[in-house]
Design a protein around this ligand. Structure first.
Ligand code: NAD
Length: 473
């Protein structure tokens, strides 16, 4: 771990095994931080805060740029490390390493552009202005599915804003975040500005109940998000929550159907469906329903499963056995709900894949909108297809879950694209694309998908508070 610029070794007896989900190999043993160690990390961040916030923005930006350079220079080993850690395809982790570097660079350029404004009041004898100040120490807690990218979403704007941080990655895939400890030191960040602790729920709870925090930014499940929001209700520390989704991808019959099918496949099967933005509900206009479902199934059956680090692999393993068991149970419940299983639903037969937590790409059609298959996040390669007739029906189905993270619209009708985009209850709407992300574009959810925004200029606001200064002249 990294606390106050020092490397902290695990306490004997408090270690967590980290394994490769492709072959079950032990990769590392990480520290399961004690409550005292987490508290030390918050203390280190608190001590580093005054001088960090006093550093001119241009200097904070320079350090962030250096971090971006270092990530770019080490992109390949970082991508390989993350692939071994969470089983994500190397082609995907390479993109995510580049995305992370882009994010640090974007916020590097914003660190010296954070300022308030003057406000004309009713009386000419009063002069009023605002300043925007860093909130202090931010706790940054991430999930296992995209550690480098999720960390960049939080760490880059927090540091640009002038906050110091305590990072806690998921115990399931912590290795690239731990590798960042070396890069942070090499980039020249002062000790205590970035602290990294590891562990699971106990360490996470110790961190999120600490009253010295100025912000908690969390990416993970709804259940943990609720626990953190409840804990933060006692300390009144503000929280950013990036939670799950059940995102709809809507295909109208006027769309370029080939592109829509490719987009729908990438939307659900990229990263084995283990992304918060997975397009796990495909809503297809009835007039092109059979054609789209037929094509989807044909292409899903051609997807190449294998070693995520091998070139040519299109679908890797799920992140662990417990997770696979949970996904298989949801597939069974889907079958029992009366939906038609068109393909997949079982583990592959190939002996070479026996050690990995694989599930064949799975497509259910004619899914009841009220069934668990259409309502609950599965976080696996399982697509639920539902038919609709009219635009209004598509919107009602799309908005008919408790989530509101992402959504997709496939159409050639520009007016329809804008009309439907306006009505969708979601933080992101993609039109004729899906899963495309940009450092500049704000991202976040509504309803059970959470609140607050990451990326884009909005992200820095999460780490700032406004102070008003009023002067009698
Ligand atoms: P999780 O909630 O189990 O764990 C997330 C993090 O919280 C981990 O670091 C974990 O150690 C920590 N944690 C666990 N219990 C805690 C507690 N009581 N207090 C504080 N921290 C605690 O989630 P996961 O299984 O790692 O990730 C999968 C979930 O993350 C999915 O629901 C997915 O949709 C969501 N996700 C959301 C986004 C987004 O940006 N909206 C991105 C990726 C993943």
């Amino acid at each position: 771990m990294l606390v106050g610029g020092e490397r902290i070794a695990p306490t004997p007896g408090r270690v967590i095994d980290v394994t490769n989900p492709f072959d079950g190999r032990l990769l590392a043993q990480i520290a399961d931080a004690t409550t005292a160690q987490v508290s030390d990390a918050v203390g280190a961040a608190e001590r580093a805060a005054p001088s960090w916030r006093a550093l001119p923005g241009v200097e904070r930006g320079r350090l962030l740029s250096r971090l971006a350079d270092l990530i770019e220079a080490r992109a390949e080993p970082l991508a390989r490390l993350e692939t071994s850690d969470n089983g994500k395809l190397l082609s995907e982790t390479r993109v995510q390493a580049a995305f992370a570097a882009r994010n640090y660079r974007f916020f590097a350029g914003y660190a010296d552009k954070i300022y308030g404004h003057t406000i004309p009041l009713d009386s000419p004898s009063l002069f009023d202005y605002t300043t925007r100040e860093p909130v202090g120490v931010a706790a940054l807690i991430t999930a296992w599915n995209s550690p480098m990218q999720l960390l960049a979403n939080k760490l880059a704007p927090a540091l640009a804003a002038g906050c110091t941080v305590v990072v806690k990655p998921s115990e399931v895939a912590p290795l690239t975040t731990l590798a960042m400890a070396g890069l942070v030191r090499e980039a020249g960040f002062p000790p205590g500005v970035v602290n990294i602790v590891t562990g699971g729920a106990e360490a996470g709870a110790a961190l999120t109940t600490d009253p010295r925090l100025g912000r908690i930014s969390f990416t993970g499940s709804v259940r943990t998000g609720q626990a953190i929001a409840a804990a933060a209700a006692r300390t009144l520390v503000p929280v950013t929550l990036e939670l799950g989704g059940k995102s709809p991808n809507i295909v109208f019959d006027d769309a370029d159907l080939d592109r829509a099918v490719v987009g729908a496949l990438a939307g659900i099967f990229a990263a084995g469906g283990q992304t918060c933005i997975a397009g796990s509900r495909l809503l297809v206009q009835r007039s092109c329903y059979d054609r789209v479902v037929g094509e989807l199934v044909r292409r899903a059956e051609d997807i190449v499963l294998g070693d995520p680090a091998a070139e040519g692999t299109q679908l890797g393993p799920l992140a662990g056995q417990a997770h696979l068991d949970r996904v298989l149970a949801m597939v069974d419940a889907g079958r029992a709900s009366g939906a038609t299983l068109r393909t997949g639903g079982t583990r592959p037969d190939e002996p070479a894949l026996a050690q990995g937590c694989f599930l064949r790409p799975t497509v259910f059609s004619d899914v009841d909108p009220a069934a668990e298959l259409a309502q609950e996040e599965i976080f696996g390669p399982v697509l639920s297809v539902l038919p609709f007739d009219t635009e209004d029906e598509a919107i009602a189905l799309a908005n008919g879950t408790e989530y509101g993270l992402a959504s997709g619209i496939w159409t050639r009708d520009l007016a329809r694209a804008h009309r439907v985009a306006r009505e969708l209850v979601a933080g992101t709407v993609w039109v004729n694309t899906y899963r495309t992300s940009a450092a500049q574009a704000p991202f976040g959810g509504v309803r059970r998908s959470g609140y607050g925004r990451e990326r884009g200029l909005e992200a820095v606001d999460e780490y700032l508070r406004t102070k008003n200064v009023m002067i009698e002249l």
